[in-house]
Ligand binder design. Structure first.
Ligand code: HEM
Length: 509
């Protein structure tokens, strides 16, 4: 009311919180399952509305439209680049917002993000990780061969296998060492706990002093998981430190010359007297690297293979392209991927149709901004709907259909700008200053694994079976019924090279 007396533009249309509260309290649904309710509110109010769950609290703003997302994240990029103040347990887990994704828009964020982008995710560095990708691929193919040989045509459940693959690869890039089964499992356990249960953490965002006592056991598990994570990560970090002090000597067979931990060890914070990162900050940054890169890519790989199982014609088309580029060579070289436009189209269509995150991470506005004629006051939390933008029928014909050809010449997705700088048509990695810095690595991993999986195996379900494409929310939006596919080798492999299996290979349980 106070605002309307001045000449300020109006606030975005406001939605009553009652349907959400009824959903959360009466139906005991998780806060993360309200996506379809939010879609209904957009039908009523249009592409932007505000919603406050607690009386007197500042309302959050929801955006579901590509041009509004572009206006916010690109046109008003700096104003929308902040993150909301963290609540518990994120204050505890992120050491008070000292990782990339939760840092406020400022010098620390810039330093950490630049370090990751320049030292690890730069295209030249990404290329140097090719041996890591090859060794993990070999293990994946061996695992699938043994599953398909042992099962007499039985369908293989792929979710955990894909997750393990991405996990082994990202652990190697993070810590620089090939690890054995027990070490990999030790790293995985606390991380898995924190990811699988994170929706139950919201309770600590409200009156943390009281909820930490009321839900003491749950809180202690979070603290225990983080302590365990530090116990496992720190010896690996110390080993790299020792290696750096010995000028790169030491380390096990297959260890990398440079890894994410090395870059963190070299980092100095100029605004804090030039100090290095603390142990807690290092642990959190490694945790962020693994969570950012593993589930997102593994989920997308599963959706992509599911679509190729469902659409055998698309699988055949992709196989012909791969064979025409690779010919009789034993291996697909990473440079070969550049000459596979249909492969790129398949990955782009998977990102459009099955974005692993249906929302970007929450943004916050740093100052009052006027968007589409509405005032968004400073500090408002803003949620942009990735999936709604990707499935907009004004931009995509039959948007719920899986049609890679739309990304080929003449299709509505031809030359689409995945960064969204010019125009947003899809935004699986977000857009603007907070856009995912890992998109280049993720695209390469996707193309590399999809091409090899299709070249090596025939993917299908038994006659009469259908692939269930229903989705559900875990850390990412995953297949409700994990993909089960017959994987039949296309080529007879004379001899399987098992040299690496003593290391990360055995991590495939
Ligand atoms: C298919 C794979 C991936 C998808 C779909 C994805 C998607 C996203 C999205 C939607 C955001 C939020 C953008 C925003 O808030 O506006 C994000 C942020 C982020 N992602 Fe990814 N991501 C993927 C892979 C990766 C990989 C491989 C890494 C690193 C190894 C990574 C690291 C990060 C980081 C550090 C942020 C925070 C950026 C910031 O706040 O400045 N992601 N990602």
């Amino acid at each position: 009311r106070r605002r309307s007396k001045t000449s300020h533009p109006p606030l975005p249309p406001s939605q009553s919180p009652l349907p959400v509260l009824a959903h959360l309290i009466l139906q005991r649904r998780s806060f993360f399952e309200i996506v379809h309710l939010i879609r209904r509110f957009h039908d009523t109010h249009g592409p932007i509305f505000s919603l406050s769950l607690l009386p007197g609290a500042r309302p959050d703003v929801f955006i579901s439209d590509a041009s509004l997302a572009h206006a916010a994240l690109i046109h008003h990029g700096a104003a929308f680049a902040d993150r909301p103040l963290p609540r518990e347990p994120n204050i505890f887990l992120t050491c008070g917002s000292r990782d990339i994704s939760s840092s406020p828009y400022g010098p620390l964020w810039r330093l950490l993000r630049r370090n990751l982008s320049a030292q690890i995710l730069h295209p030249t560095r990404i290329r140097l990780f090719a041996p890591a990708r090859s060794s993990v691929l070999r293990l994946l193919l061996d695992k699938l061969r043994s599953e398909s040989a042992g099962g007499g045509g039985r369908a293989v459940v792929l979710k955990d296998i894909f997750r393990q693959t991405m996990f082994c690869l990202l652990v190697l890039i993070c810590f620089g060492e090939k690890l054995g089964e027990s070490e990999i499992r030790e790293i995985e356990l606390p991380l898995e706990f924190l990811l699988r249960t994170f929706t139950s953490f919201n309770v600590f965002g409200v009156l943390p002093a009281a909820t930490k006592v009321l839900f003491r056991r749950r809180w202690e598990k979070i603290v225990g998981a983080r302590r365990r994570q530090a116990e496992v990560f720190l010896p690996l970090i110390r080993a790299r430190q020792g290696r750096m002090e010995n000028r790169g000597t030491g380390g096990g067979p297959g260890s990398l010359d440079y890894c994410y931990v090395d870059s963190l060890l070299e980092l100095r914070l100029p605004d804090e007297g030039g100090r290095g990162l603390t142990d807690d900050e290092m642990v959190q940054l490694c945790h962020e690297f693994l969570t950012g890169g593993v589930d997102t890519t593994a989920t997308l790989l599963e959706w992509t293979m599911a679509e190729l199982v469902k659409h055998q014609d698309l699988q055949s088309k992709l196989l012909s392209e791969i064979n025409s580029v690779v010919g009789g060579e034993d291996e697909i070289k990473e440079d070969d991927l550049e000459r596979m436009p249909y492969l790129k189209a398949v990955v782009m269509e998977a990102l459009r149709r099955h974005p692993p995150g249906h929302y970007v991470l929450p943004h916050a506005v740093a100052e009052d901004v006027v968007l589409n004629g509405y005032l968004i006051p400073a500090k408002t939390e803003v949620h942009v709907a990735v999936a709604d933008v990707n499935w907009d029928e004004r931009k995509w014909e039959d948007p719920m259909e899986f049609r890679p050809a739309r990304f080929l010449a003449g299709g509505e997705g031809e030359g689409v700008d995945i960064t969204g700088s010019r125009e947003i048509k899809m935004m699986p990695f977000g857009a603007g200053r907070r856009m995912c810095p890992g998109y280049g690595l993720a695209m390469l991993h996707m193309e590399f694994f999809v091409a090899n999986l299709v070249r090596e195996f025939e993917w299908s379900v038994e006659e009469g079976e259908v692939v269930d494409m229903s989705e559900t929310l875990e850390f990412t939006t995953v297949m409700k019924n994990p993909l089960q596919s017959q994987v039949i080798p296309r080529r007879k492999i004379e001899e399987v090279d098992t040299r690496d299996c003593n290391n990360i290979g055995v991590a495939f349980r």
